[in-house]
Design a protein around this ligand. Structure first.
Ligand SMILES: [Zn+2]
Ligand SMILES: [Zn+2]
Length: 150
């Protein structure tokens, strides 16, 4: 079964396995990742722009590696910021406080979804009961009618 996708990076079509990138780009990103990682190691206070200029790795690739948490800047002035509040961060997508807030919001959302599900089951149960009672009533009516006819 062929699962052909377009590579997110070079836009070429390839057989999808697990990554949004084609095998050639995966190798390329790995190579760039190592170059950037080594550069940050030697220049701990470098920012994204400086790293990009020095390594000739696209700043968007660097940003993505940082967002994915594969790379970490040593300096909070490196040019990476929280996607939610804009605070300077070293790696990932959100600052610590936004991260905490988001995960508690997520828990809340999950809880209310669970609550809705319970309410829905309760409604169904109630519905079931009324249905059954009605069937019972119908049967009684029928029996009474039969008896009265006799
Ligand atoms: Zn590609
Ligand atoms: Zn934040």
């Amino acid at each position: 079964m062929n699962n052909v996708r377009q590579c997110r990076r070079c836009r070429k079509l390839f057989n999808y396995v697990a990554s949004p990138y084609c095998p050639r780009c995966i190798d390329e990103i790995d190579r760039e990742y190592r170059v950037v990682r080594d550069y940050i190691y030697e220049n701990p206070h470098a920012g994204i722009k400086e790293i990009s200029d020095a390594t000739e790795v696209n700043d968007r690739t660097i940003l993505q590696l940082l967002r994915e948490g594969r790379l970490e800047l040593d300096s909070s002035a490196g040019g990476l910021s929280c996607e939610r509040c804009g605070t300077s961060i070293n790696t990932g997508r959100y600052c610590d406080s936004c991260q905490a807030q988001l995960s508690s919001e997520l828990r809340q959302a999950q809880k209310s979804i669970a609550g809705d599900a319970i309410a829905a089951t309760n409604r169904e149960k109630k519905f079931d009961r009324t249905q059954k009672n009605r069937i019972k009533d119908d049967k009684r009516d029928f029996n009474e009618r039969m008896h009265s006819r006799n």
